[in-house]
Ligand binder design. Sequence first.
Ligand SMILES: C[S@@+](CC[C@H](N)C(=O)[O-])C[C@H]1O[C@@H](n2cnc3c(N)ncnc32)[C@H](O)[C@@H]1O
Length: 422
Amino acid sequence: MNTHEFINKLNNRYFNGELSVPFCEQMGQLPMDRPDVFAFVQRMFAFMKSSGLPAKDVSLLQADVISTLLARILPGAWEGRIPPITVQGRHAVVDQYIKNNSWMSSGGKKMLDIGCGFPPFTTLESADYLNDWKITGADPSLPAYLIYDADGNYATLDEQKSTVYFQPAMPSVESWNQLLSDSAATKKRFENLLDELLKQSVTEGFPRVEINPIRSYETERISFITGGIGQITIQPQDLIRCFNVLYYFDAQFQQKALQWFAQQLNEGGILLFGGDWAVSTECYYDIYRKENGQLVSKEFAFSIDCICPFGIVTWYCLHEDEPQKAKLMNCIRMIREDKNFMDSFYAFHDAQRARYNLCARDKEGYYGSIAPDMQPQVLWTLAGTMLTELNDAGFNQKAADVLRKAGLKTKVNEVGHVAVEM
Ligand SMILES: C[S@@+](CC[C@H](N)C(=O)[O-])C[C@H]1O[C@@H](n2cnc3c(N)ncnc32)[C@H](O)[C@@H]1O
């Protein structure tokens, strides 16, 4: 099946053939030689349908991201490894939640951030904000070398000096395309650059090399361990955070992970796992507390922008049985089925999109794209502002009310997220 036939099939199956022509044309750029990408897109569309998302609410920006960026960041592009992608500031609201939540009762302040990514920006930001906590970051892919090229693009390399991962200085679609149009050549270029930089010992400015770079981030309160879930040995913790990791795994792995998390927690300690994107948009997570030696589910929470996101984290996962996505889609569907809520949500949110010129509706009512020269940082900052405005206008509370009417025990939690008590 070629890309065109594939998109047509999905359009008919998940959107009654109602996706716009420009959307389908953009999706035509999906790489035909990547079955993992095709499967991923099909899963996303199935989630969209199950949550009641109409064709007009999937934007041209999302078509652009799905068709050109997705293939670059899936494990299939990195020999099956989960890339250590992280985004500065993405856990700011999660950190506020850690500071203010009412669940934790273990009395201590030791946190494990597992699957912390590299560079471990978000772990460092948490340590900054939670300044009386001791934090251990852990990740199976902490690199032996980190190098930056003259433009600030970076690559991580292993002990054998092979490139494991690289990322543009500014991760826009264009800059990714520049590096990834010939991925093997880019890897080789970084490997040659490492040899050069090691000869000259260049450790300042751009280009530069950092050897065993994780050590430079360690302080009295921050340490790092190489290893993943089930692989590391650590003292009991008061909080485990695992963000943007488990959506790469299936339900069975998640079940085992929960057992392992339980063993690593102090009694009364909490587990917080989920996903999010820049500026804590598209944020969703589960909270469990260790009670009498067992993990007890307390709350599933999500930010209100998940019902109409700008990015794609809301549907991002590698297995269709991923348990959190099922919960999130179910909540979104219940909210979307409430016509009164959606009428007022659209009136407010579509006006925001028009005001900020961010994926506003076109004449036919389809969400569009952004100005071609808009930098990712500007885009996501605006998306974050719009989420704050939605909360300030009470849409988080209104959505919690909709779910309560449908029989769930809900509230707006300490950080403005719609929380469903389990
Ligand atoms: C997308 S990054 C998330 C980084 C960071 N937590 C964040 O939210 O920005 C996913 C990370 O999971 C790590 N990972 C892969 N397998 C893992 C495992 N079995 N246990 C823990 N982390 C794992 C990868 O190395 C990668 O750095």
